[in-house]
Design a protein around this ligand. Sequence first.
Ligand SMILES: Nc1ncnc2c1ncn2[C@@H]1O[C@H](COP(=O)(O)OP(=O)(O)OP(=O)(O)O)[C@@H](O)[C@H]1O
Ligand SMILES: Cc1cn([C@H]2C[C@H](O)[C@@H](COP(=O)(O)O)O2)c(=O)[nH]c1=O
Length: 199
Amino acid sequence: MLITLEGLDGSGKTTVWEALQDVHPDAVFTREPTDSWYGDAVYRSMGDADADPLAELFLYTADHADHLSRTVRPALAEGNLVVSDRYSDSRFAYQGATLAESDLDIARPMEYVRGIHAAFSRSPDATIYLDLDASTAAERSGRTDKFERDGYLAAVRENYERLIDAEPGRFVRVDAKRAPEDVIARVEDVVASLLADAE
Ligand SMILES: Nc1ncnc2c1ncn2[C@@H]1O[C@H](COP(=O)(O)OP(=O)(O)OP(=O)(O)O)[C@@H](O)[C@H]1O
Ligand SMILES: Cc1cn([C@H]2C[C@H](O)[C@@H](COP(=O)(O)O)O2)c(=O)[nH]c1=O
């Protein structure tokens, strides 16, 4: 089973992802951007305020393709639980927002990004969405990179809402404004019930 953690910067995904490792020591824990050279290229682009938005989309997508073939698909084929801190929905929500605010004339940016993935990607079985407002997210994440701006994160949040509306059965919303221990406990319960349902 593939479970992904999604949400705005600073919503607490990594905090939860680390806590889950204690409870599910046999699962495969992974993330995007990855620690491969593709991931390094992504981080390089993130650090460039003038990066071309389409080039950046394809760097993230290349990293995802490598992540799928090198880590996710083999782990799933061996019957493992895979938990990924960010996955394809991050691209749909973030690059969808980036393309929308760019000079490119793409009519439906998020659908465009989804279309690129359709031919090769694998959808998560379940996605835990850590729901947080844009300004708390920007504050928690320290507003250190080009994505951590309130206005941009508000657009990303709207995109996540559209993704949830389109596939309500895949997403489980968790209130990320609560104390870390409450968020962790709630996510642990959600994962336990997803695994029980899959048996
Ligand atoms: N529920 C919470 N309440 C308050 N602060 C939190 C909570 N969860 C995490 N934090 C703090 O917010 C910051 C960001 O947390 P974390 O790195 O887990 O978020 P993230 O979603 O992985 O962020 P990013 O996407 O930017 O990597 C950290 O300083 C963390 O200690
Ligand atoms: C996978 C992915 C990530 N991003 C953005 C979101 C964050 O601002 C950074 C890095 O993620 P991290 O969890 O803070 O390490 O990249 C993105 O725009 N598109 C993506 O596909």
